[in-house]
Each structure stands twice: as structure tokens, then as C-alpha cells.
Design a protein. Structure first.
Length: 250
């Protein structure tokens, strides 16, 4: 049995944290440093930080903000948002980020993933995919915070990311984002069954049972969640939390 990584996924907008529903209607949560310090105390496995505006606005990562956050973290940090070149990845890793998450750039070319994996190793590169269901029930790859549809079949994109050097796949369901009603298990199974690298499921977790289902029914190697770790109760009051009894096995 292998212990499963359970990681909070924090959305960065400017210098603050927000949380979305279906990639829309961001709710302000507060200062990322305060959240990191709480997660340090909770001894979380890993932290994912995604700048939700960088790629859509065509700008680079805010290296100073990211370095400040990474400098406070006691756990490994994966960062995504606006990363388009090897030099940008190099700067992030020098600033304390362990893994670079590449999403939008990889929908145009896989060169950046290939180059970064060659320099820093596959373990430092995460290929991220945002997926929406079509009206007919199929899956569509989207980018730039779900504002652009990618003209490439999901399976082909997944396999190309791994072939280029992605050491993990970060799989995010746009339709489930922030809903706290459970992961899209069909989507997770579809992707996990065709790759030999870890698949991190994201989008939809609201309970520990949802996390377990993504692993045991969906085949995910790790799970990420946002709302579950930043909200509390029916009214979604802001409360940074991380259950102490999280010990998923696969």
C-alpha cells in the first residue's frame, strides 16, 4: 500500500487568494501567507498554487510573490500560471518552487515541457489539463481559465504531455470546480488508465469520501482540492482547514 498525497490547491489573484465555482465568480479568501502558515501547522503533503489571471492576461508569473509564498512553505510547492519558457521555469525553481505546472503553453507547443524536463527532470514538470463536458457528454480541453477551447482531443493531449516529459498530470474538471459534490470519476479513470505517470485529480471534492473515491474508483494517484480546505459549513464561511485524519492508501 502506498500513501496518497492530499494537497490543497490555492488560486492566486494579484497578491490575494480567491476561490471560484466553475472557474467563475471568484470569492476573496485573504492573504496567501496566512493560509500557508496554517497549512504548515497541519503538515499538508504538498501545496499547489495557480495564478488564475496570468495566462489569460498574457503576463509572466509574479516571481516576488511566489518566492515569498514558497519561502514560508514547509511542504513542496507546485506553481502554475503564465509559465511559457524554460527561463521562466528556471526562475521559479530558483525561487523555491519544486514543480512547475504548465497548462496554456502546452496547448500551443510541448517544447517548454520537453526543455524543462531535460534540464530539471520529469519530476519537476506537471502537465495540467482543464476539462469541460460538452453538451453531448464528451470532454473538451480548455485553457486560459476556461475562456479558450483547445482544438485537440483529450486523449491525444494527455499522451502528448507525457511523451514530452511531464512527470505528472494535473487533471481539473471545470464543471466540478468549487461545487463540492464529488470528482468526475469517469474523467479520472479515462486519463489514469492511459498513462504511466501519476494523475492528480482536482475539481469537486467536498468530503474525505470524495477524496477516497477519486483514488479507489477513479484511479487517481493523488488528489487536490480547493473549497474543501478553505470553506466551512453550508454557508461556506472562510476557514483554512485540513483534516488531521487524512491517510488515504492505494
Amino acid at each position: 500500500m502506498t500513501r496518497v498525497r492530499v494537497m490543497p490547491c490555492l488560486l492566486l489573484r494579484g497578491h490575494g487568494l480567491v476561490k471560484t465555482r466553475k472557474f467563475k465568480d471568484p470569492v476573496y479568501l485573504g492573504d496567501p501567507i496566512n493560509a500557508v502558515r496554517i497549512f504548515n501547522e497541519k503538515e499538508v503533503d504538498e501545496l499547489v498554487i495557480l495564478d488564475i489571471d496570468a495566462s489569460r492576461e498574457g503576463r509572466e508569473p509574479d516571481y516576488d510573490v511566489i518566492a515569498e509564498i514558497a519561502g514560508e512553505c514547509f511542504m513542496p510547492v507546485a506553481y502554475g500560471g503564465g509559465v511559457r519558457t524554460l527561463e521562466q521555469a528556471r526562475r521559479l525553481i530558483r525561487g523555491g518552487v519544486e514543480k512547475v505546472v504548465v497548462n496554456t503553453a502546452a496547448t500551443v507547443s510541448y517544447d517548454m515541457i520537453r526543455e524543462t524536463a531535460q534540464v530539471f527532470g520529469r519530476q519537476a514538470v506537471v502537465g495540467a489539463i482543464d476539462v469541460k463536458k460538452s453538451l453531448l457528454g464528451g470532454y473538451r480541453v480548455v485553457s486560459k481559465s476556461s475562456s479558450v477551447e483547445v482544438r485537440m482531443p483529450l486523449d491525444e493531449h494527455v499522451q502528448a504531455l507525457v511523451a514530452a516529459g511531464a512527470g505528472e498530470i494535473f487533471l481539473n474538471s471545470v464543471d466540478r470546480d468549487g461545487m463540492m459534490e464529488g470528482y468526475d470519476l469517469q474523467l479520472i479513470r479515462r486519463v489514469a488508465q492511459q498513462v504511466n505517470v501519476p494523475v492528480v485529480a482536482c475539481g469537486g471534492a467536498g468530503t474525505v469520501e470524495h477524496l477516497a473515491a477519486a483514488v479507489h474508483e477513479g484511479g487517481a494517484s493523488a488528489v487536490a482540492a480547493g473549497s474543501m480546505f478553505v470553506f466551512h459549513g453550508r454557508l461556506r464561511a472562510v476557514l483554512i482547514n485540513y483534516p488531521q485524519d487524512l491517510d488515504l492508501q492505494r
